[in-house]
Ligand binder design. Structure first.
Ligand code: SF4
Length: 325
């Protein structure tokens, strides 16, 4: 998302056209009057699909680092990570992003301790917390809902709270193929339970999973549209080192989408996506050094630049349906 200036094509004013997409950057601007830095924090979480609770193999696309920074393993508390990654004396508030592994896995007391640490961070405007749909229960949802209340303060904007839940696909056969360890119904139950607690949920989706094509993605969009969600993250499938997919790819058994295919998929599904859903991500962000293929996945700015151009040329917008032929 770095090639498209934050808010590009998304500011609402009398002199500018209406945005084509409901982007997270624009959502934050509406709420806070400016872009907010999302600071990735590592709370030392693990995952039931890694620690043996469900399996030790993990999802087929996930490497053993689980998208983590590894700073927790280096002994850095959340407070020290926050100070280090935000930079010296930041003027503006930031969002904590618990991305690595499944951050609500384990006992509720663990989550409560993490939230206590986070609540003490200076300049914290909100939290994005990533997890699996089978790692939530009413007690944890109540802790998360209460956390947002703790961040409220006089004169401050409404705190941000996002529960980032992995779905990847609404097709159970695909979820089994990639060893997710849960089905789509599990995701739907978790999304509804979070909504009942007033917690906005962002669904993570992957386009290009083995055995899937455009009809599958469109069905997944319909599934997402039918749930009480507040946002989505879209990722192109890529192969990272030390994953199950890497072995399939090396064996020549894993077709990967070209950039042109991925852009064509986005142009087909974005007009079908509910316009109120905030889009947090439009393409994957491989960690430095982990990408094996496809090479184009390393240049996310170019993918976003091309997408913006295609949406413009074809007059497509989120939730707008497809233009008449
Ligand atoms: S649920 Fe997330 S952290 Fe766990 S194996 Fe799958 S992708 Fe990795």
């Amino acid at each position: 998302m770095k090639s498209i200036p934050e808010g590009s094509g998304s500011a609402v004013s009398e002199s500018r056209p209406a945005p084509r997409l409901n982007r997270f950057s624009a959502h934050l601007r509406r709420r806070f009057g400016r872009a907010l830095r999302k600071v990735p924090l590592d709370a030392g979480a693990t995952c039931p699909n890694r620690d043996g609770t469900l399996s030790r193999a993990g999802c087929a696309f996930c490497n053993p680092r689980g998208s983590g920074t590894g700073l927790f393993a280096q002994g850095l508390t959340l407070a020290r990570q926050w100070d280090r990654l935000r930079g010296p004396a930041p003027k503006h508030p930031g969002l904590a992003y618990l991305q690595a592994f499944s951050n609500t896995h384990g006992p509720a007391e663990r989550l409560a301790r993490i939230l206590d640490e986070l609540a003490a961070l200076p300049g914290l405007a909100g939290l994005c917390i990533g997890t699996r749909p089978d790692c939530l229960d009413p007690e944890k949802l109540e802790l998360l809902a209460a956390f947002r209340e703790r961040l409220r303060g006089p004169g401050l904007p409404e705190p941000e709270l996002w529960l980032e839940l992995g779905l990847q696909s609404s097709h159970d056969a695909t979820l089994a193929r990639i060893n997710r360890g849960h089905d789509a119904a599990c995701f739907a139950r978790a999304a509804r339970a979070a909504a009942d607690h007033g917690i906005p949920v962002c669904a993570h989706l992957v386009l290009g999973l083995p055995g899937e094509g455009l009809p599958h993605f469109l069905q997944t969009v319909d599934f997402v549209n039918g749930l009480p969600l507040a946002g989505v993250k879209l990722h192109n499938l890529y192969v990272a080192e030390a994953t199950a997919l890497a072995a399939s790819w090396r064996a020549g058994q894993l077709p990967l989408p070209t950039r042109e295919e991925y852009l064509a998929w986005l142009c087909a599904l974005l007009p079908r996506l509910r316009p109120d859903l905030v889009i947090h991500r439009l393409a994957a962000d491989p960690a430095p050094g982990e990408l094996l293929a496809p090479a184009w996945a390393a240049d996310k700015p170019e993918t976003l630049r091309l997408l913006e151009r295609m949406l413009e040329e074809r007059d497509l917008r989120q939730g707008g349906g497809l233009p008449a032929a």
